[in-house]
Design a binder for this molecule. Structure first.
Ligand code: PNS
Length: 159
């Protein structure tokens, strides 16, 4: 079994995340675990439970995936799940430094797990959870960027 973990804060899950999971789960891996980190060094707008629920709602109808919360070291969690691959999205040059540092450190921590990066589909190259939150907070329309449940949840947060 070719298993990958796709970790992130997902505050909140966007259509860009969904696109990446869909491509990974249908074309590359037998199973993709979407791992929602409990303690992010970012201050999240949504609680862990909310982030998990919204990721699940956004991924309805995609097979061979599972959304699970996690805390602790990612490489340890991946090992528990029998995953040999950490999957991450790489959008723009500015993502590179952070991703390079994380993948190098993860490799030091566990040499058996490889990081693999997918670039976004063209229409999602500019998309980020932070921008989506900013737009929602300022009353903009986020319906093309997130699923309907996420949109409603954002409206509730910022009303
Ligand atoms: O969506 P994000 O915030 O860019 O995701 C960051 C995440 C969750 C991938 C990263 O913070 C992480 O792996 N956290 C788990 C703790 C860990 O293993 N830290 C060492 C990473 S080198």
């Amino acid at each position: 079994m070719n298993i990958a973990v796709y970790p992130g804060t997902f505050d909140p899950f966007t259509n860009g995340h969904r696109d990446l999971v869909q491509r990974a789960a249908s074309n590359i891996f037998d199973k993709v675990y979407i791992c929602v980190v409990e303690n992010s060094n970012k201050n999240t707008v949504f609680s862990l439970e909310e982030r998990v629920v919204l990721a699940k709602k956004s991924l309805e109808n995609i097979k061979n995936i599972e959304v699970i919360p996690f805390s602790g070291l990612l490489v340890d969690f991946a090992t528990k799940l029998n995953a040999k691959v950490i999957l991450r999205g790489l959008r723009v040059v500015s993502d590179f430094e952070y991703e390079f540092q994380m993948s190098s450190m993860n490799k030091k921590l566990n040499n058996n797990i490889e990081s693999i990066f997918l670039t976004p589909s063209e229409s999602y190259a500019f998309l980020s959870s932070s921008l989506v939150k900013e737009i929602a907070q300022l009353g903009g329309d986020v319906s093309t960027f997130v699923n309907e449940d996420v949109k409603k949840a954002l409206e509730r947060k910022y009303k």
